[in-house]
Design a protein around this ligand. Sequence first.
Ligand SMILES: [Zn+2]
Ligand SMILES: [Zn+2]
Length: 338
Amino acid sequence: MNSREAATVLAEIAYRLRHVPEQGHRVRAFSRAATNLNRLQPDLAALRAAGRLESIDGVGSGIAKVLTELVDTGRSAYLDRLREEAGESQPADLQAIPAPGFLRGDLHCHSDWSDGRATILEMAAAARARGYSYVAITDHSPRITVVNGLGPERLAAQALEIARASEQLGGFAILRGIEVDILEDGRLDLPDDTLAELEVVIASPHMKLRQEPAAMTERMLRAVESPHVDVIGHPTGRRLTREGATYDFEKVFRHAARHHTALEMDCDPARMDLSPELARLAVACGCRLTLDSDAHAPEEFDYVDQGLWMAQQAGVGPELLLNCLELPDLLSHLALER
Ligand SMILES: [Zn+2]
Ligand SMILES: [Zn+2]
């Protein structure tokens, strides 16, 4: 059991505890420990042998117990129990978690042009260091004023910096993108001609998630049918500590499949949205998906390693993931319906 596999287990435990209000602190603790395991890649077997698992940042006695069992047996009885309670009687086959090597790129990340904490060059260099052949820079659109969202003028300026960064990285493919807000009535937060200029358009619900389901369904139907939208980002807006939007998922997903609009599995441990349950429904409705980090800093690209179990449980193989496509195939897919 290496630290990446163990991180996956801790992330899933956090996910399965998310609806138990009195478990809020544990959700955060497991999620933080998972992130640290991915970032620090400690040698778990050596630390276990030395009785020093609690020296890992964010690992207290409870989580150390889970890690001890993982190192010794490759299993977690605690996770098995949580799965059983969720009606997933299948015990975890932890060894079957797919390696991240099949991913070709990441289609959702932020730079310091909006609320990211690193430059475009730093983000792209980190993506390249993971072995990716492309990354899309998808900063926020203007409505979310607190994050300094990008309108048409700044997007044009950003395109120049993207071209420069790509050149500095020996031609590494940095796709020009946006995470555009889905407004309350399903319109998008940027004009069509601006969206048409971009290579990757992610449309995401961020605000007014408590709309009543019928209105929310109309809002999402309108967003997925936009010819400019390639992906719906974190489709429910859910956070681990906050319920997401409710709408007619099946109707929206079927509409998305018809319009070649993919649905995202956002691997940010605070989101994990789509959930494995809804991703399974999306597959049944004929949708393609993406498995993205929504990284706001270079090390956060590792979030996808932590989210792989969601794809596995949803039955989402590489053939269904847009970001498993080689760049030319991805670009022709993105051009569909435009
Ligand atoms: Zn977002
Ligand atoms: Zn984002």
